[in-house]
Design a protein around this ligand. Structure first.
Ligand SMILES: C[S@@+](CC[C@H](N)C(=O)[O-])C[C@H]1O[C@@H](n2cnc3c(N)ncnc32)[C@H](O)[C@@H]1O
Length: 269
């Protein structure tokens, strides 16, 4: 069972996850879901992308997520959809009575502790000829802005002692070829893959919200530390990150937020 916990972010995630949302648009374009196709949204969060999918296809759409808070949010905001269901499930162990034409997995692969296990489950959950599309932040330098901010945490006298005990929870590979190999190991044929460098201008407030919607769920998660986190540590950590991000702003107060992302689509022959 994964120890990631997005419950506390369930209410704000859909609004704040600006970069995950724009990446999902690229992923959905690549997948080109057709009317009538049955689709599984793996790690669906609060369902904002799942709902988009349920507007593209009139087939059965299902969203699963390990976080009960996220699924609660997804269910309550999807009342008007008749082709959409949600369930709390761990992607590493999911089993469903039906198979899908398409599996979408946006901004979630990095949280899996056993990605091969998940992708093998996905392979089994697809109909013959079915396809999967995954988008995720990639490489240890997944977001140079956040990595630079966290370097300050690593060095700062108030945070460095506790931060020494942080164990990076994320699954990152360093090249497109390594991601392709991961998918091939699970039985897939690669349709398309690209490791993109993305860059967008955001205000400090937006960048901080983007940070909180994703990376903070790792950096300030008790499960990923061998020592107890104190309130002081959490508060100072947040202030230092905000300060470090502010230092990255240009004269007009905007920040060039960079991400490295893997986009991969693959097929079950
Ligand atoms: C960054 S959010 C992405 C949500 C949505 N797909 C999007 O693109 O905005 C990652 C989601 O993955 C879920 N998650 C993490 N590990 C999981 C697992 N093992 N099984 C199912 N969901 C998981 C989290 O609860 C969270 O909702």
């Amino acid at each position: 069972m994964s120890e990631v916990n997005f419950n506390s972010k369930a209410f704000t995630y859909a609004k704040n996850s600006l970069v995950q949302k724009s990446a999902s648009e690229i992923l959905l374009n690549l997948l080109s879901i057709q009317p009538g196709e049955d689709v599984l949204d793996l790690g669906c969060g609060p369902g904002h992308i799942t709902k988009k999918i349920a507007q593209i296809t009139d087939g059965n759409v299902m969203g699963i997520d390990i976080s009960p808070g996220m699924i609660e949010q997804a269910v309550s905001s999807s009342q008007e959809f008749t082709n959409l269901t949600y369930s709390v499930m761990d992607a590493e162990n999911f089993e469903l009575p039906v198979n899908f034409d398409v599996i979408v997995c946006n901004s979630t692969l990095q949280w899996f502790q056993k990605p091969e296990k998940v992708l093998t489950r996905c392979f089994n959950a697809l109909k013959p000829g079915g396809r999967i599309g995954v988008q995720a932040p990639a490489t240890q330098l997944y977001c140079p802005n956040f990595v630079e901010a966290i370097e300050k945490i690593r060095m700062h006298p108030y945070t460095r002692e506790i931060f020494k005990h942080f164990e990076n929870p994320w699954f990152f590979l360093e090249s497109r070829e390594e991601y392709e190999q991961l998918f091939r190991n699970c039985g897939f044929d690669i349709i398309y893959s690209e490791l993109r460098d993305e860059s967008n201008l955001f205000s400090l407030e937006q960048v901080y919200k983007i940070y909180q919607s994703g990376a903070e769920n790792g950096y300030l998660n008790q499960s990923f530390y061998k020592v107890t986190l104190t309130d002081d540590y959490i508060n100072i950590f947040r202030e230092l990150v905000k300060e470090a991000i502010k230092e990255q702003s240009d004269n007009s107060g905007m920040i060039d937020l960079k991400f490295k992302r893997i986009y991969i689509t693959a097929k079950k022959q």
